[in-house]
Design a protein around this ligand. Structure first.
Ligand SMILES: [Zn+2]
Ligand SMILES: [Zn+2]
Length: 285
């Protein structure tokens, strides 16, 4: 069973126990169901590069998965995008009529998805269709995730983790939005906001601005020492993390990022911003 299926099982278990779920979890569950359904139609990706080519790319700091090498069936993507727009409409207050309309325009979807993947600004395209830029970004993020995750799963075994250790994902180039300290040595693994890849990273470096000055890097823990909120004084970003040495339970990192909304609130109350959204001023990428 894949990680997403296990997450759905857990959520369904809670629902039976509790009778109902918080709105944010329901929203996530519906998105995840639509994503898992779409995965069934995505053929298992076959890496088109050899291990040696991938290692060479990694050595140069180039993420493995290029947009042009990401072959996928646009009708499956479009179908999922339409479902995502409907789920957003059901669970949020965002005005999503124009988003639904845009889902019918495959040429627009291709253009805007490529721009998103390559970290280009979406604002001209969003404006053109009168869609809120953030809303458009989220919809693409949710609809593209299963495609990226399928490729990531096929490729990650070929990535030499010790040789990467950069601030962006070795597979898709995305930014991290969560981290795990492993059970072995407490090494820090970042979780990609876009494709759920986990990659090894220094504990004493901000993954958003590259700050390595220990005086400007701190973390707050909860009472059990299970969760950590890493903050950077330089770029004013925070990163949520879980210390896997402190628990015996099965931890599913993509679920943790959703279930730790309280830490987002804390981070923002303390004056920090979600590091993976937008661009840090001195982001070199
Ligand atoms: Zn990624
Ligand atoms: Zn920073």
């Amino acid at each position: 069973m894949g990680v997403n299926e296990r997450i759905l099982e857990k959520i369904e278990g809670w629902q039976q126990e509790e009778g109902s779920l918080p709105e944010v979890v329901e929203f996530y569950r519906d998105l995840l169901r639509a994503q898992v359904e779409a995965v069934a139609y995505i053929p298992t990706p076959q890496p088109d590069a050899t291990k040696a080519e991938i290692v060479a790319q990694i050595r140069q700091g180039v993420p493995v998965l290029k947009w042009n090498a990401l072959p996928f069936d646009w009708s499956i993507f479009q179908n999922l995008f339409q479902k995502v727009a409907a789920i957003i409409n059901e669970h949020t207050d965002s005005p999503s009529d124009n988003l639904k309309a845009a889902a019918g325009d495959i040429a627009f979807l291709k253009e805007v998805t490529k721009a998103w993947y390559e970290n280009s600004s979406l604002s001209p395209l969003a404006e053109q269709q009168s869609i809120d830029e953030e809303l458009l970004e989220s919809a693409i993020h949710y609809a593209l995730k299963p495609f990226l995750a399928a490729h990531a799963e096929a490729l990650i075994g070929l990535v030499p983790q010790e040789q990467w250790r950069l601030r962006y994902c070795p597979i898709c180039g995305g930014k991290p939005d969560f981290a795990c300290l492993d059970t072995e040595k407490g090494a820090r693994w970042l979780l990609c906001s876009r494709c759920d890849t986990e990659w090894l990273f220094q504990r004493l470096e901000c993954p958003y601005c590259g700050n390595k000055d220990g005086e400007k890097l701190h973390y707050f823990s909860d009472d059990e020492g299970l969760y950590r909120l890493y903050v950077c004084q330089r770029c004013k970003s925070y990163l949520k993390a879980i210390d896997l040495r402190q628990t015996e339970s099965e931890i599913l990192p993509p679920l943790e990022r959703v279930m730790t909304a309280d830490m987002d609130r804390q981070g923002q109350e303390k004056g920090y911003r979600m590091g993976w959204v937008g661009t840090a001023s001195d982001d070199k990428r």
